[in-house]
Design a protein around this ligand. Structure first.
Ligand code: ZN
Length: 277
């Protein structure tokens, strides 16, 4: 296998949370000025804003709105809390449509008070419950498997095989999966499961960053591409071999990088993308 590095930034997208200290307006202006072409919007970035207008602002900057992050968190032992989660996912679908984005990424959730199997059942029920609304809004739903270290509370879907199984069980053109290298790089079945995504034509998003060694925080110590041990270019080769032609989305939660000057950090992202993605 071999794959050439990118020569330009035309397939680079950045998640707003990556440059969390910036308001979305500042992020949009600076991403566009730096040549970044895509943006994925985290819901907290929309707080207090008119979502239609924000979508317009992003498009006026020349950015493609790749997705909204995030929906999900379906499982709960308490039926009322499951209903609240469904309502929140309906709201996320409305927000995504208002923004003019085609996709919601689902961090599916888990409740440590019940089995992972029960949590997965509730995830599937939750997705199926909002499916008609997603379809009516023209919004796809991407199941994002999370690293097993998050299986207690963040997601009962921890491998791409499990995400593929669920997408196939739901069997709708409006449901697919998101591949995030941070969560999946360790999985010996990754190549085969990425192939399976391609055969099902449901690979909807590709998230990139790096796994630092040592990692000092389970949530907020993600690395920039090249900082760690993820074989990113190999995984990108597998992803592109399926025909995936979407964005490479840089999604980094890092208290270390959030403390830096964000303009300097953005320059580092672009450089790391061209060197390591
Ligand atoms: Zn992700």
């Amino acid at each position: 296998m071999s794959i050439a590095p990118y020569k330009d930034l035309s397939r680079l997208c950045i998640h707003t949370i990556t440059t969390k200290p910036w308001a979305i307006e500042t992020a949009a202006r600076n991403y566009a000025a730096a040549g970044v072409k895509g943006i994925t919007v985290w819901r907290d970035a929309l707080d207090g804003r008119d979502i239609h207008q924000t979508g317009k602002m992003l498009r006026n900057e020349g950015l493609t709105i790749v997705s909204l992050c995030r929906g999900g968190f379906f499982p709960n032992t308490d039926k009322n809390k499951r209903k609240l989660a469904i309502d929140d996912n309906r709201k996320a679908i409305e927000e995504t449509a208002a923004l003019g984005a085609p996709l919601i990424v689902l961090v599916c959730g888990a409740d440590p008070a019940q089995s992972l199997e029960d949590s997965r059942k509730q995830i599937q029920e939750g997705i199926e419950t909002v499916l008609d609304e997603a379809k009516a809004a023209g919004v796809k739903l991407a199941i994002e498997p999370l690293h097993p270290m998050y299986a207690d509370t963040r997601s009962a879907i921890n491998t791409l095989a499990q995400a593929n199984d669920m997408a196939e069980a739901i069997n709708s053109p409006w449901v697919g999966v998101a591949v995030d290298v941070y969560h999946l790089w360790w999985d010996p079945a990754l190549e085969q499961e990425i192939k399976r995504c391609g055969q099902q034509e449901h690979l909807l998003a590709f998230h990139i960053c790096d796994w630092k060694s040592p990692t000092t925080d389970m949530l907020f110590d993600r690395g920039l591409m090249g900082d760690g041990c993820i074989p990113l270019r190999k995984i990108r080769y597998w992803v592109e071999a399926t025909g995936f032609a979407g964005f490479n989305e840089v999604e980094i939660f890092s208290t270390r990088y959030w403390k830096e000057d964000q303009s300097a950090f953005l320059e580092k992202i672009n450089k790391a993308y061209l060197e390591h993605a």
